[in-house]
Write a protein that binds this ligand. Structure first.
Ligand SMILES: [Zn+2]
Ligand SMILES: [Zn+2]
Length: 257
């Protein structure tokens, strides 16, 4: 979730109504207080609860046309964006949707800007593009999936065809790939990294963190957090100057498919 003094923006809504209410409740937020939800793509763990939130709380959704169509979003409660359209929410928060390769969907990463700092939220991609690197380079905060450990996936229980799909260009990022990507985009400005969307069967927090650190240990001096499925947890504040109160918090709430 992205929260500023002015707005509360949910990123993805894969929960049932009761689950969403419960998890937001842990943050002291009512679903009615959400200004809008940005949906990355239509897969159930990201958009499966979007229509529920529209019906229950008249929640405004922002999605691209393909995602909105696949999810059957209510057009009266949906705004559509195109790739790289700059979306403004409230006075100061802007969001840039950047397309990422993920089979059978039109998935996007979001790069949020607020008071001169940027936060990237990137999930469900089998590979990345130069365009994504350009937009994420030097972000203060990066939330990105580290879905699987290559060895664990190889020796794990999934059928061969599913393993191939996960490994493919339109699948998910392995810990190694996430490390490689982060090595390209991290700069001295990068203060906080959250690893998300860890597979319970094919990954573990210590593997994800140690693998990623192998790639960025020399250039990154900030904090790494792992976001697990039980969430939410407060992870980071952007737009924060030394003594001022935090303005924007980001909590990852992705449920893993
Ligand atoms: Zn997906
Ligand atoms: Zn997913």
């Amino acid at each position: 979730m992205l929260e500023t003094e002015e707005v509360k923006v949910l990123v993805d809504q894969g929960f049932s109504g009761a689950q969403l209410q419960k998890r937001l409740g842990l943050l002291g937020i009512n679903p009615e207080e959400i200004d809008c939800a940005l949906i990355t793509h239509h897969h159930g763990d990201h958009g499966g609860g979007a229509t529920i939130a529209q019906k229950k709380w008249q929640m405004q959704m922002l999605a691209n046309e393909r995602t909105a169509l696949e999810l059957g979003l209510d057009p009266m409660l949906t705004s559509y964006f195109g790739s790289l359209d700059l979306i403004r929410i409230g006075e100061e928060l802007t969001i840039l949707p950047v397309p990422v390769p993920h089979s059978g969907s039109e998935n996007v990463a979001f790069v949020a800007s607020y008071r001169g700092e940027r936060a990237a939220i990137i999930t469900d991609l089998g590979s990345w593009t130069d365009e994504l690197v350009r937009h994420v380079h030097g972000c203060e905060h990066i939330s990105i999936e580290a879905n699987y450990d290559a060895k664990r996936l190889d020796s794990g229980p999934y059928p061969y065809s599913l393993k191939e799909r996960i490994r493919g260009r339109g699948g998910h990022l392995s810990n190694n790939q996430t490390g490689e990507f982060l090595a390209e985009v991290c700069t001295s400005a990068t203060r906080n990294i959250v690893l998300t969307h860890l597979s319970e069967k094919n990954n573990s927090p210590h593997l994800a963190e140690s693998t990623v650190l192998y790639y960025i240990g020399d250039l990154f001096e900030g904090d790494i957090h792992i976001s697990l499925q039980d969430g939410p947890e407060k992870t980071h504040y952007i737009g924060k100057t030394d003594n001022s109160p935090p303005h924007t918090s980001i909590e990852d709430k992705a449920k893993i498919e």
